[in-house]
Design a protein around this ligand. Structure first.
Ligand SMILES: NC(=O)c1ccc[n+]([C@@H]2O[C@H](COP(=O)([O-])OP(=O)(O)OC[C@H]3O[C@@H](n4cnc5c(N)ncnc54)[C@H](OP(=O)(O)O)[C@@H]3O)[C@@H](O)[C@H]2O)c1
Length: 436
């Protein structure tokens, strides 16, 4: 059976998709009886479009021409952009096409409209490549682990941040040098804000949280803390304590005390991870998702979180799923409920998170400083597990490391607001939470 594909975006991922279709096409035709043909392709520039050599293929710079093309069964959006592609995806769904996208920003922001639209039109909206690049995590959660509750999930889901933290740990690089190196190698954008402040990871975490719990988790209601404030000194301190610093996406289900539905906690922040934890061994641009499942036990999926062929591999798996659905010709099963606003998850805010904390204060070296600081922590009910002062520094700026026992996030933040207002404190206290 012929499956007609329309593709918007012929950049890194788009080229990878065309390459894999070329490589694997013979197998799909002979073994699966699926004959893929690209009938419409879109990019902004003539130069990019010139890569399409099939004279039968429509070449256009107008994505809507692909979305509305009568000879397209599956619409592939691999162009990017948070808002602009929404109209293309809407048009494709309304004109009866299945949609495959690699675009996490689009789905995090507009999924609550797009998934119900797909359901209303009996079409699939698939996004394996949007989370974790080549790691098959979306369908794993949707299908392979359907017999499980997902009790917890932790992920390293932004390769740029993981690369920077790895460079800081292994090569003792400063944050700014590690970022510059990531930019030089093409791992980080010229404006790296979206990655290093945790927003890209938060988009993906909101999608994972929705999939894991069958409830809509809106990223706009979650907290993202990036790695901008993690210093070389914090990495060194962590190392001395037997930990790695990682930017983690964390999703937990918190049971309700009355046996009710419970709440979902989802956030992105830097953590101290014991060196023996499986995620601590995930270095460089690699991504990983660690799942605590109720029946299958703990699972770790790790691999390339980005890149031409890994990402295209996930796009192709969605294209195949859409093709199988086209063969069946009925209305498609849908995850609309997962992402519709009237199925919103009850969320636990980061204020209520209870964990242990690493605090790095920068204080003047004079008598009474430590008792003032510990006094404030005590007044807020925060007990101290360990405290050390690093004497080798300038007496005007002495790092004081405090590890706390488990404490509520909101209490720690209130205490730190008081501590940071003291005239003996030289800069804002750095906070890294522990993850177990
Ligand atoms: N790269 C990765 O490793 C990766 C991994 C996971 C997910 N993704 C996602 O995949 C998507 C594509 O990423 P990419 O790295 O392949 O991007 P890219 O290399 O920048 O390619 C984007 C392509 O889309 C075309 N395009 C962009 N805006 C357009 C518009 N308004 N109208 C028509 N064509 C347009 C560009 O045309 P021109 O060539 O003419 O400029 C280019 O061919 C993004 O959503 C990204 O987040 C990427």
């Amino acid at each position: 059976m012929e499956i007609r594909l329309g593709i918007v975006g012929l950049g890194t991922v788009g080229q990878g998709v065309l390459e894999l279709l070329e490589r694997q096409g013979g197998f799909y035709a002979s073994s699966l009886n699926l004959d893929f043909r690209v009938t419409a392709a879109c990019a902004r520039s003539e130069k990019t479009l010139a890569r399409i050599t099939d004279p039968r293929c429509l070449k256009t710079s107008d994505p809507l021409a692909v979305a509305n093309h009568p000879e397209v069964d599956v619409f592939i959006e691999v162009a990017g952009g948070e808002d602009v592609p929404k109209a293309w995806v809407e048009a494709a769904l309304k004109s009866g096409k299945h949609v495959v996208t690699a675009n996490k920003a689009l789905l995090a922001k507009h999924g609550a409209e797009l998934f119900p639209l797909a359901a209303a039109n009996g079409r699939l909206l698939l996004f394996e490549a949007a989370v974790g690049g080549g790691i098959p995590i979306v369908r794993t959660l949707q299908e392979s682990l359907i017999g499980n509750d997902i009790d917890g999930l932790a992920c390293i889901i932004n390769g740029t941040c993981n690369y920077i933290l790895t460079q800081m740990a292994v090569n003792k690089a400063s944050f700014s040098d590690a970022l510059a190196e990531a930019q030089r190698l093409g791992y980080a954008e010229a404006d790296p804000t979206f990655d290093i402040d945790g927003w890209d990871a938060l988009h993906k975490v909101s999608l994972l949280a929705s999939l894991a719990h069958g409830k809509y988790v809106d990223y706009r209601r979650l907290t993202a803390e990036g790695i901008r404030n993690v210093s070389a000194l914090d990495i060194r301190m962590a190392e001395e304590l037997g930990y790695e610093v990682k930017l983690l996406g964390v999703v937990e289900r918190v049971a309700a005390k009355d046996g009710g539905e419970g709440r979902i906690f989802a956030a992105v922040y830097p953590v101290l991870l014991e060196r023996s934890h499986q995620l601590a061994a995930v270095h460089g641009v690699l991504n990983a998702v660690y799942l605590k499942t109720s029946a299958a036990g703990p699972l770790l999926l790790t691999g390339a979180g980005a890149g031409k062929l890994p990402t295209a591999s996930s796009v192709i798996s969605d294209v195949l799923a859409a093709a199988h659905q086209s063969v069946k010709a009925g209305a498609a099963p849908t995850d609309a409920a997962f992402f519709s606003a009237d199925n919103a998850a009850s969320l636990l805010s980061i204020d209520e998170l209870e964990t242990e904390f690493y605090l790095r204060l920068t204080a003047v070296d004079k008598p009474g400083v430590l008792s003032k600081v510990t006094g404030i922590l005590g007044e807020h009910g925060i007990s101290i597990r360990a405290l050390s002062q690093k004497p080798e520094h300038d007496p005007e700026n002495v790092p004081v490391i405090i590890l706390t026992h488990t404490a509520k996030n909101a209490r720690v933040m209130r205490a730190l607001a008081e501590i940071d207002a003291l005239d003996i404190i030289r800069e804002q206290t750095r906070v890294i939470r522990f993850y177990k």
